[in-house]
Design a protein around this ligand. Structure first.
Ligand SMILES: [Cu+2]
Length: 160
């Protein structure tokens, strides 16, 4: 084997190991995972998706609920161009599981400074859990272009 061949082959192998290592580090150490994919809500014949979503638990009672000590769950409906509810209040140090669905087009669900970053697909329930340690107001953004007033589609998580 030529000496250059050996160099190229070992550089290619090193890059592969480096990338797989970065992937493992992100998933296992930084705990960056794909948002869990929950159930699918399908409307009945002639039924509007928004109507079907509003009839399906937990979206029939949107908002934050305590499920156990230190654990909360938020049912959120995304629609052009708002999140319902747009504000979630939880105590510092608690874990919040977001259950989000869209009733019209694909939206984004992104909280900068956290690992919450999901795509919200109409009729599909996107799941993501995050522990909010530091008190403060966390901005929630739609980061998937969803129409004319996309830039106004915001919400917040208030951690006290
Ligand atoms: Cu948007």
């Amino acid at each position: 084997m030529e000496v250059y061949e050996k160099i190229f082959a070992s550089v290619a192998a090193a890059i592969l190991v480096l990338f797989l290592g970065a992937l493992a580090y992100g998933a296992l150490v930084l705990k960056i995972n794909l948002p869990g994919h929950g159930e699918v809500i399908s409307p009945g014949p002639g039924e509007n998706l928004a109507v079907a979503v509003l009839k399906t638990p937990p979206f029939n009672t949107p908002g934050v609920k305590q499920v156990s000590p230190g654990k909360y769950e938020a049912a959120i409906m995304a629609q052009a161009w708002s999140f319902m509810p747009a504000e979630m209040d939880i105590p510092a140090g608690s874990e919040l599981t977001f259950k989000v669905t869209s009733v019209d087009v694909t939206h984004g669900f992104f909280i900068p400074g956290t690992t919450v970053n999901m795509m919200v697909i109409p009729g599909h329930v996107s799941l993501e859990t995050y522990r909010f340690e530091k008190p403060g107001t966390y901005l929630l953004l739609c980061h998937e272009y969803c129409g004319m007033l996309h830039h106004t589609m915001v919400g917040k998580v208030v951690v006290k």
